[in-house]
Every structure is written in structure tokens, then in C-alpha cells.
Design a protein around this ligand. Structure first.
Ligand code: AP5
Length: 209
């Protein structure tokens, strides 16, 4: 899943996961978990994330490699939030080569900056299963509680306006250039980030079949 912060990568990744019964590997969630557990790497990661900067590659690449070597990814997987730079895309190529698989699709989600800040400030996330909600467009059935696992929802530390702007800058500088790389491979599938939520499963099914 490729696209700016708040474009709907996590939302679409979880829908694709249900459609095709594939695990979602979300680097942001894995890093937030490490930060809240205050592991050695987690403490470093938390500092970068709270500023809206990319966490160093020596942490992220290792986490992704370890996760992709687990057997539940053998039938396929969805990467949400990785790679985010040319160096990470190179690392991913090496991991995929070692695993003997290749990328089938890069879902690139398109959304204008003006819509992003409004979305992220009203987002609520489940720290347990990673489900994402929006207070007006996609609220949980019970206020403040995850529909899927009953955990209390949280607001992320980096969903503040100044940090959102920084995340957008970092995205433009580091991540957007990856689009060319995957366009050249012919695997980019563009997806509009403001489709009505109820239409997204059908549209993604069509896009990826
Ligand atoms: P990460 O957690 O990956 O954040 P992000 O890329 O900034 O993306 P978001 O999770 O904010 O948004 P999203 O596109 O998933 O949108 P969502 O579906 O939630 O990364 C956070 C930080 O971790 C980074 O800044 C970095 O520090 C670090 N990090 C992570 N990966 C890293 C890596 N590889 N290398 C280095 N550092 C890394 O949707 C947003 C809101 O909109 C929700 O409320 C949702 O309900 C709503 N919404 C979604 N779609 C729709 C729709 N169609 N209509 C109406 N509302 C919608």
C-alpha cells in the first residue's frame, strides 16, 4: 500500500485482508507497539515517530524481514507502510528474493492534502488489532470501543496538525519517488482515497482480480 499519510492505506489494507484472507503487515503498528513496550528499538522509534520522521532503516528493515519469514505469509501478504524510501525498496527486493516471491500489485492511494489533515485529526485507532475509525465518516458501533476486538480506541500521538504536515513533507521527499520505480515494473494500481466507504470492498476486489 503506497500513498500519503491518512489516504486510507490501513483502511484499504484491512479490507483487502478480508477479501483475500491475507495477513496485513503494518510497520507503523509494529513500531508503535515496540514504542509502547519501551523495547530498546521501540524507544528510538518512538522519538522519530512523534516528530513525524522516518524511523531508521536498521530498525525497520529488520522488523519487516523477521515478520516476512513467518509461515503465515507464505500464501501472500499485504505490506502497509513499507517500503517508504528507495533504500527500503532495495531491502524489500532482497527479502522477497530470499523468500522466493515477488510483488503482484502496488496499490497507490491518491488523496489531496486538504482532506488529509481533517481526516487524521478525527481518526481513532485500535491499539490491539489495528482497525481504524473516523469519528464522523466511519465511527465504531459503540463509542470509543473497537468493533472487532472490544479494545478501547486511542488517538495517535502523531495525529497533531504540525506533525501531520511534517509527515506529508517526509512522504513527498522519501516515499513518492518509489512510484516511478513500481510504475516501471507495471504493477501500480491507482485507487481514489475518497471513495464512499461502502463501495471500497467492491472496487478493490475489481482492481486486484
Ligand atoms: P503509519 O502508521 O504508516 O502512518 P502513515 O503512513 O502516516 O499513514 P496513516 O496510518 O496515518 O494513514 P493511512 O493511509 O493508513 O490512513 P487510514 O486508513 O488510517 O506510520 C506512522 C509513523 O511510523 C511514520 O511517520 C514513521 O515515523 C513510522 N514508520 C512507519 N513505517 C515506517 C517505515 N517503513 N520506515 C520508517 N518509519 C516508518 O485512514 C485515515 C482516516 O481516514 C481514518 O480515520 C479512516 O477511518 C478515514 N478514512 C479512510 N478511508 C476513508 C474514505 N474512503 N472515506 C472517509 N474516511 C476514510
Amino acid at each position: 500500500m503506497l500513498g500519503p499519510p491518512g489516504s486510507g492505506k490501513g483502511t484499504c489494507a484491512h479490507i483487502i485482508s478480508e477479501l483475500f484472507d491475507l495477513p496485513v503487515i503494518t510497520t507503523g503498528d509494529m513500531l508503535r507497539e515496540a514504542a509502547s513496550n519501551e523495547t530498546e528499538y521501540g524507544k528510538v522509534a518512538g522519538e522519530y515517530m512523534n516528530r513525524g520522521d522516518l524511523v531508521p532503516n536498521y530498525i525497520v528493515n529488520g522488523i519487516v524481514r523477521d515478520r516476512l519469514m513467518k509461515p503465515d505469509t507464505d500464501k501472500g501478504f499485504i505490506l502497509d507502510g513499507f517500503p517508504r524510501s528507495v533504500a527500503q525498496a532495495d531491502a524489500l527486493d532482497n527479502i522477497l528474493r530470499d523468500k522466493g516471491v515477488q510483488l503482484d500489485h502496488v496499490v497507490f492511494i491518491v488523496l489531496e492534502d486538504e482532506k488529509i489533515v481533517g481526516r487524521l485529526s478525527l481518526r481513532r485507532s485500535c491499539p490491539e488489532c489495528g482497525a481504524v475509525y473516523h469519528l464522523t465518516s466511519n465511527p465504531p458501533k459503540t463509542k470509543g470501543v473497537c468493533d472487532h476486538c472490544g479494545t478501547d480506541l486511542i488517538q495517535r500521538n502523531d495525529d497533531k496538525e504540525d506533525v501531520i504536515k511534517r509527515r506529508l513533507e517526509v512522504y513527498r521527499r522519501n516515499t513518492q519517488p518509489l512510484l516511478d520505480r513500481y510504475e516501471q515494473k507495471g504493477i501500480v494500481r491507482r485507487f481514489q482515497g475518497d471513495n464512499p466507504l461502502e463501495k471500497i470492498p467492491g472496487l478493490l476486489q475489481k482492481l486486484l482480480s
